[in-house]
Design a protein around this ligand. Structure first.
Ligand SMILES: Cc1ncc(C[n+]2csc(CCOP(=O)(O)OP(=O)(O)O)c2C)c(N)n1
Ligand SMILES: [Mg+2]
Length: 336
């Protein structure tokens, strides 16, 4: 269990570090976002899902797809706009999706996937099985689509879990159990869904065990016909998420930081106390569930998997120009 989770988290982190490297090298073109520092949330939530369940996400979607089991190679190919990608290179990172893993679509528009997710949850209710998880950022609560989706989900009692990933919590406020919002009059995010009678709670996004308990319980309630639930996952923005293009502050994440080594950059050193990967590894090491050579071997495996994914992506050709006109309209079987 511990080794699997560590491998999954490291796979996500090494994958996205390579996105930064490829962007700097001119291979990943345009705007993109990474999920570094939030990996435990996707893993913990998706651990409570079955293959028939649906997941919806945003521009920060890489971790959600990997947590659903999507292939790093086909994902990277899509992100680089190559034909071997999940959408033949047409969606890129901002709309990355993999239907075969229960991720029908993701959206770069704040709040836009929430009504779609609610529709998928209605489909689950009608067919009598499955649930939907909608991952979105804290800014989603500033969009009308959020209120519409939440209201419809509640009135129709559809099986959906709204997972608001609040990555805006500065470490000093985390210690005091407080947080801020620039535009919401509600002092606590959970007060918003509670006003619509949707049960809501907050969980620490750096604590995998707390999240495992929370997601298993809430998804159990949703699955058993309890109607929608809302959870605010509190995490702290990774210092590499700067402006439009992410940076790797001080280079790649180092395993030595788990064992007391200090990053050169002060902002990284501060942030490590909010890094779910560091915290999970320290706990696993302290309890004896894993030892250092095991963790080193897991990291080596994650690195080589991701190196293979990058090779696969880079070797895939760009789509032929004529492909631009395919998949624009539903045809034949698809249209029925
Ligand atoms: C409807 C809409 N308005 C504005 C934007 C520009 N925009 C992109 S990301 C973002 C902030 C999103 O913040 P949050 O939901 O907290 O997610 P995070 O990026 O922090 O994960 C904004 C305003 C957009 N993509 N869509
Ligand atoms: Mg945010």
């Amino acid at each position: 269990m511990h080794a699997e989770r560590v491998l999954a988290m490291l796979r996500m982190r090494r994958f996205e570090e390579q996105c930064v490297v490829l962007s700097k090298a001119g291979q990943l073109l345009g705007h993109y976002h990474v999920y570094i520092g939030q990996e435990a949330t996707a893993l913990s939530a998706c651990a409570a899902l079955t293959p028939e369940d649906f997941v919806f996400s945003t521009w920060r979607n890489h971790g959600h797809l990997l947590a659903r089991g999507a292939a790093p190679g086909a994902m990277m190919a899509e992100i680089l706009g190559r034909s071997a990608g999940y959408a033949g290179g047409k969606s890129g990172t901002l709309h990355l999706a993999a239907r075969e893993f229960g991720v029908p679509t993701t959206s770069a528009l704040v709040g836009a996937s929430l009504p779609l997710a609610t529709g998928a949850a209605l489909a689950c209710k009608r067919r009598g099985s499955g649930v939907t998880v909608a991952f979105f950022g804290d800014a989603g609560l500033e969009e009308g689509a959020f209120y519409e989706a939440m209201l419809v989900a509640k009135v129709w009692q559809v099986p959906i879990l709204f997972v608001c990933e609040n990555n805006a919590i500065p470490p000093e406020l985390r210690k005091r159990g407080q947080y801020t919002s620039s535009t919401l009059p509600a002092a606590r995010l959970v007060d918003v869904p509670l006003a619509l009678q949707v049960p809501a709670e907050a969980v620490d996004g750096t604590d995998m065990e707390a999240m495992d308990e929370c997601f298993a319980r809430l998804l159990g309630e949703v699955r058993n016909g309890g109607g929608p639930r809302f959870v605010e996952v509190r995490c702290t923005r990774w210092p590499g998420n700067v402006m439009t293009w992410p940076e790797l502050p001080g280079g790649e994440w180092q395993l030595s930081w788990v064992f007391g080594g200090k990053p050169e950059r002060a902002e990284m050193a501060d942030w490590l106390s909010s890094d779910p990967l560091v915290l999970y590894l320290r706990k696993a090491l302290a309890s004896g569930a894993l030892n250092r050579p095991q963790v080193e071997a897991i990291d080596e495996r994650a690195r080589s998997e991701i190196a293979a994914a990058v090779r696969f992506a880079v070797e895939s050709p760009y789509p032929a120009p004529a492909e631009a006109y395919r998949h624009v309209w539903a045809q034949g079987e698809q249209a029925r």
